[in-house]
Design a protein. Structure first.
Length: 168
């Protein structure tokens, strides 16, 4: 019988994924209205900039959910030639590398988000487009992804220790 480990934050990750979908729908409606308004020679000022902000948010928010569900790119070509023990060891190594990457990116985008909020970073393109919502969304997505990877890393180590304790 295989023990299934729950990763802390699964419910929060699911909520973030739904929020990402809602932002995607808002972005699609925004683009649709802009395209149809072009028929009447009218458009939203700053359309491209707003879509960039919404795009960043809708991509960053589902990252923890994808990470927890392990629906990201998987190394099938390598893993099908490995034993179960080697696969678990490879999982631990991969989780550690992904953790390092996600932690560095989370740290950098968090400092960018703090700067953006502190100085109300914006662009003037007919209207003022503020960048801090996108940067906060990106930082939040990477921070929660990092936390999810930490949970997966701990569970992978726990499985490896239990496997060694059973003598497999």
């Amino acid at each position: 019988m295989e023990i299934i480990y729950r990763v802390p934050g699964t419910k929060a990750a699911r909520i973030l994924a739904v929020m990402g979908f809602v932002v995607l729908v808002i972005m699609a409606i925004w683009i649709l209205v802009d395209v149809f308004s072009g028929i009447f020679r009218w458009g939203f000022p700053g359309m491209v900039q707003w879509v960039e902000v919404l795009n960043v948010i809708c991509i960053a928010l589902p990252l923890p959910f994808v990470t927890i569900r392990r629906k990201h790119i998987y190394m099938t070509l390598i893993q099908k030639h490995l034993s179960d023990e080697q696969r678990r060891l490879l999982d631990i190594i991969v989780f550690f590398i992904v953790f390092l990457f996600a932690a560095v990116v989370a740290w950098r985008v968090s400092t960018e988000a703090l700067y953006s909020v502190k100085y109300w970073e914006s662009s003037d393109v007919g209207i003022t487009v503020y960048w801090f919502p996108g940067k906060i969304g990106l930082a939040f997505g990477f921070i929660t992804m990092t936390l999810a990877v930490i949970g997966q890393f701990i569970n992978a180590i726990r499985r490896k220790v239990e496997e060694n304790g059973r003598g497999e």
